[in-house]
Design a protein around this ligand. Structure first.
Ligand SMILES: Cc1cc2nc3c(=O)[nH]c(=O)nc-3n(C[C@H](O)[C@H](O)[C@H](O)COP(=O)(O)O)c2cc1C
Length: 175
């Protein structure tokens, strides 16, 4: 008791990564967290592509106009995929898996950040989904939800400030 209370407050988006590999055991623990996550009807239809090649990470960083540059520095990234034709909950399932990986990373003392890809594009209108399909040879029916970058933390992040929590967004019994 207590560990989760601290973990949930400590996890912050880390966009500055330090040099240093992440052990294969820790990479596996992060993926284990994704595979342990709850999914609609327990169908476990997500797919994940682990990317640790620097050239590919650079390409992922440039796969949308803004907001993914931090992937360049990450030790590895996980591309979260789902098939909308086969799973009406692909966004929910993928999101839970992605956040589970982020929480596991924090528990290991590692940094992570979400790069949104669904609905994002380059300035010429090319969707990030199309770009990433080309980079990673992903089957056409799979859609890219997000890419989570992981690495050694490059800067200390402050705890989430309790005073900024929007308790006014919580309604009891009636809105
Ligand atoms: C659905 C979603 C999409 C996000 N997309 C991006 C993104 O594309 N690039 C980025 O740098 N951060 C992204 N983030 C991280 C948020 O900016 C971050 O979680 C938020 O500012 C709160 O900060 P914290 O994670 O440090 O608590 C995303 C987070 C979520 C949940």
């Amino acid at each position: 008791m207590g560990d989760f209370i601290n973990l949930i407050q400590k996890r912050r988006s880390c966009r500055k990564f330090a040099e240093g590999d992440i052990s294969a055991d820790n990479v596996q623990l992060i993926l284990r967290a994704a595979l342990m996550s709850p999914s609609s009807r327990n169908r476990q239809l997500w797919e994940f592509v682990v990317v640790d090649d620097g050239i590919l990470l650079d390409k992922l960083a440039d796969s949308k106009e803004t907001g993914a540059q931090f992937l360049r520095q990450s030790a590895f990234a996980v591309v979260v995929l789902g098939n909308p034709a086969d799973n009406d909950c692909w966004i929910e399932d993928g999101s839970i898996a992605a956040y589970s990986m982020q929480l596991q990373a924090e528990d290991l003392g590692l940094g992570s950040c979400w790069a949104q890809m669904r609905g994002r594009s380059l300035s010429d209108g090319t969707s990030a989904d199309d770009v990433i399909h080309g980079i990673l040879e992903i089957p056409a029916e799979m859609k890219v939800l997000c890419v989570i970058g992981f690495g050694q933390k490059g800067n200390a992040c402050s705890l989430r400030d309790e005073d900024t929590l929007k308790w006014e967004n919580v309604h009891i019994n009636k809105y």
